[in-house]
Unconditional design. Sequence first.
Lengths: 291, 696
Amino acid sequence: MTSPVLGSQDTCSKCGASLSATLRHCPTCQTDAGAPNVRHCRTEGNLKALKARFDDAQSRASAKGCLKEFGDLEATIKNKSSVVVSMTAGMAKNLFENPNVLYTNYEQLVGANARKPAGPDNDRHRCAVGGLLFGSYANLIRYGALSLTKEGLPTYGDVHCRLRSVTIDKRTSFLETNSYRFVSDHKIVAGVKLPAGYMACWEYRYHLVLAKLADSLLVEQTESDWQEILIQSDGKDRKNDSFVEAHIYEGFDRNAIESLVTATGKKLSKSEKLDLDLAMNEFKRLGGKTK
Amino acid sequence: MIGISSSSAGVLLLPKPGTSEYTVLDVVGGRKQDPVEAQYLYSAAQDWEEIEGTDAKVLLKTATREYWLKRTVSLLRLAIGGLESSLEKRVFEEVEEILGPRVSSEKIIDRLLVAPLADPRSPLTSAKSALSYGFSAVASILDELAELQPLLHRLTDLWLSIDETLFSNFPESRETIWLTLVEKCGIKQLLKTDSGYKFTNKWNLLAFNFPSPKSRSGVSKIGKELSLQLFPGEKQEIITVSSMEEAEPTPRDEKDPVMRSREVYERVKKEIAAISKAVSEGHNTKAERFLRQLIQRQTSFSGGERYAVKSLCSIAQYCADMFRMDFEAICLDKARQLYTLDAWALIQYGDHLKRIGNYDDALEAFEKAGQLGAGVVAKSSVADVYSQQGDYAKAILTYKAIPSFHEYPRVLTAIADNLRKMGCMEDAQEAYRELLDFANQGLPGFVESKIRAQAGLAEIAKREGKLEEASQSYYEIIAREDIGDQDKLIYKLGLINILKLMEKFNDAYIIVDEVVQQYPFAMEARFIRGSILGLIGREIDGLKDLPESRGPLSWREWTKCYYRGLLLFKLKRYPDAKKNLVEELPKAIASGEEKGILRMAAALWFLREGETTEADGILSEIPDLHDCHTQYLSLVLKLHSATYREDIAVMHSLKKQIAEFKVVDAGLEKAVEALEKKDFSLALTYETDAFLKLAA
């Protein structure tokens, strides 16, 4: 798999050793260098390219008299957007299980990771696209969509989980569109450098959104209009779905969930409905206990 | 081949050959998933695990099995943690549906035993709820989980206190070993071991899950340590994995299938015995729970229904022997539900219906069994229905309607038996002797019938008063070594009845007591023992073998009421005696001569009350009696009534008939003498004993 190209300034802030583009920790002193996907977004080249695209978008918005809407959207993205992850009802139910409450000595007996994980040589769920974008840590990326509401990708999954930004902001990056489309549009193959300016870390996500959506802005648009253009899916060919894809490095637990909503218009089986109700029940029960 | 699965997502990733990509399969439906959608839906799953298999089909099967197991465990944990009632009920319903076809309760319990519960009694509340909704399988699991908590606590406390140095020589962590134990090695069975030896043996199976000899040896040593702590003071025969490997390096998976089958068979036998014991002790709930567990286990694999049906039929037979018709019905109903096409289970079911007097349904069941291929047996069973109803002629016609019936020794024997019951003694003797001839000629299949024919001739001899000859025949039969235990039981009972008539009560008692010890579920033997105890002056002890009846009686169960009534009569508890001898009479499923005996016993009660009209009425309804002892007693009772009424003519006639009897019965002779002296009380004593001696 191809690794993203390292910037020359990608060195450990503690010991000065060169950091691996795919590892979180410094290989020399093990200092936490931050999630590799976020580090990539913070390279000078990417930040500069992204800013340039943002400035250009702002100009175009101004030219068509939508500067106010441009500013409003920027504020909305900064204040109201977060990541929504879609999942099956079964996964949602499992997310809320907490064996530590039911059992005594649970962690002492089974350890923090209760399961035997897939070995390092077998990348979970790797697909060509993920590999092209993230190289060897593709299996550590959880996918979601940037959203202004509690809903995520329509027609995906049974449940939408909106995550608390404080639990993911340091380890989440964004891609301007869905990764399949991105790879196709930019003709990315193994060994080719990823184009700069199309990925953003948390604090610059609004750059990415506005660079993408400026041309779709219209006068007097409101938040609900923007949600519709932020996430678009016709449910026919998923590769054509348009949304700002979120990449969360490593997983999250029940405490990261801000809201849990059922996907609209979805016909659930009896078992799925049960799982959903159980997940909702547990979520409500924990409602006051999230950290 | 290695796949990656997530039980929470219910998906399996299968590697695409020649690429580093995966096909995504939904394990529930086995369908391929859109890879684009899969990326977004399943990336958040955190329980990915590698699984190995020879091909994709095997991987899918493994992933699916694991999915359902984890799902069930997850649902039960949520229930134990506490849910509001409507949600709880839905969870139980889902689990109950999954159990059996997809997942075994044994494995679920193992997984739930991953750690001790914070509140060890918490499953009991859920169990109670589950039972109230009718989800008995779920309730059973939760019950057992609660039961095992103390043992689990003990084991985990010891486990966590094991010195870390014991884990230092091999790579697997303490947690990994514990998880492997829970997931692969039957922790429940480990908890239930009752000796160090058994614990170590079971533990060592765990070791074979680890790849290197060093790991296996290390795990084995830990097991030794645990065993010493769990069973202190026990002389440990320490078997380590390394010594097992040196002696016979047989990997766990290559265990001899014959051995494995044998183990399974022995285990099931024990379980059947446990269930039967629980039924015999009246522990119905326990019996039902054990039964559910056995059936769940046996039906947890493909094709297991047949074994479950066999188990159910075995248990049903025990219940029939115990006259526990209720539990017999439960077992047979379940067997029929599991596998509706089992002809033999239908035959057994029909036999059950016949014994409870439900003749129409019995005939219907036999007809169905016949359609399923159990032709001769089904038709014979139909004939048995007529025989039990006392319509011996129709029974014989039905036997003879079986194509080539003369080639079936059992059918010929049944015809002979029915001739005997009809009172056609000469024809019956001829039929039995023909069977003996066939057997002596070495005709295949007739050897067993030879013994039945000998027994049949012995019964005729008994009825003719030739007790010495009859008992000798039975002694010869019992001495044979080529008879199965179950058949020997029947012949022993036959001998005991003759010894009773011969007034060899001690000999009879020794044999029947032995039979009861050997066959604790054979209630008929207990009834007979009760009658003998009554004959030797131990009426109170006898009553213990003849408990009060609850619910409707089945065929042959009338002997219990009959003997009980007679013992109560001897104890002068006349109202209770009336209940058993008079009130139960209409309910008795008996026919022919048996019915005659019951009527006579009812008449005895009325005679004691001086109600001769009633007694005479009953005695006049008695059908032809073919047994000389029964005939003799009938005459004595009539004499009793006539004497009471001072009907001289009838008395004279009856005395003449009695005098012509060639049968010697000291007790009835004394009864007649007592009647001469108008000592009705003494006469009743001898008459009562005569009833007790009568063969059932």
